[in-house]
Design a protein around this ligand. Structure first.
Ligand SMILES: [Zn+2]
Length: 211
């Protein structure tokens, strides 16, 4: 089920306070139209009825793909998100449904959500993607110490060209590394089921602990 919620929001352009409808959860198997709106950002865009300007609200919610057995919580509260995931698993058990073979992730924002959706849609392993990002970011930082905080995002072009795109802190693309699915596929999965946050901090910790 996809659950809507009405909240009050102040337009960042004119300050008018309006009621907008956001989503607590989006089930893209039952409502496939959600997926496109998430990928293109429309689900987070609102038009102010007073000044007519469009603004984006980065609200937290739960992305649920029943076909792929994938659940992604968008939230800046990891503890609360972990509770939500555990509740979902327990609720599944009480209905006799097995939610333990789901992949669960917690991400911070919409960009990270879109990236995870693309990674899982092509059948890649997000842990390996984060390793690749981490190693290439290390190299970029050494070669370009003038760039503060370079960023990396996984991207899919024309449906099947995979790449890691690197940006500087002004979001200008500074490098692009093509990836082959064989390099990042699920076969490398050494699954730790209760790890829900797979990001650059995770990659750094995980690689250091292997050294
Ligand atoms: Zn306005």
């Amino acid at each position: 089920m996809s659950r809507p919620r009405i909240i009050e929001m102040e337009c960042p352009h004119c300050g008018s306070v309006e009621k907008i409808q956001i989503w607590e959860s989006a089930n893209v198997s039952l409502d496939p139209s959600f997926k496109e709106k998430i990928l293109n950002g429309d689900l987070f865009k609102f038009r102010c009825s007073k000044c007519g300007q469009i603004y984006t609200v980065n609200y937290g919610f739960i992305y649920h793909d029943m076909d792929k057995k994938l659940m992604i919580v968008v939230s800046d509260n990891i503890e609360h998100s972990t509770d939500l995931i555990n509740e979902f698993m327990n609720a599944g058990k009480s209905f006799g449904a097995d939610a333990s073979d789901y992949t669960y992730r917690i991400v911070n924002n919409r960009n990270e959500l879109v990236e995870k959706i693309m990674i899982f849609d092509v059948g890649a392993n997000d842990r390996v993607v984060e390793y690749f990002k981490y190693l290439h970011l290390q190299k970029l930082r050494q070669e370009h110490p003038e760039i503060n905080d370079p960023l990396a995002f996984f991207n899919v072009y024309d449906g099947n060209d995979l790449s890691l795109d690197f940006y500087d802190d002004h979001f200008k693309m500074i490098d692009q590394v093509p990836l082959k699915l064989q390099m990042i596929s699920k076969q490398f999965e050494n699954v730790k089921k209760d790890e829900f946050v797979i990001n650059q901090e995770w990659a750094a910790k995980s690689l250091l602990s292997k050294e």
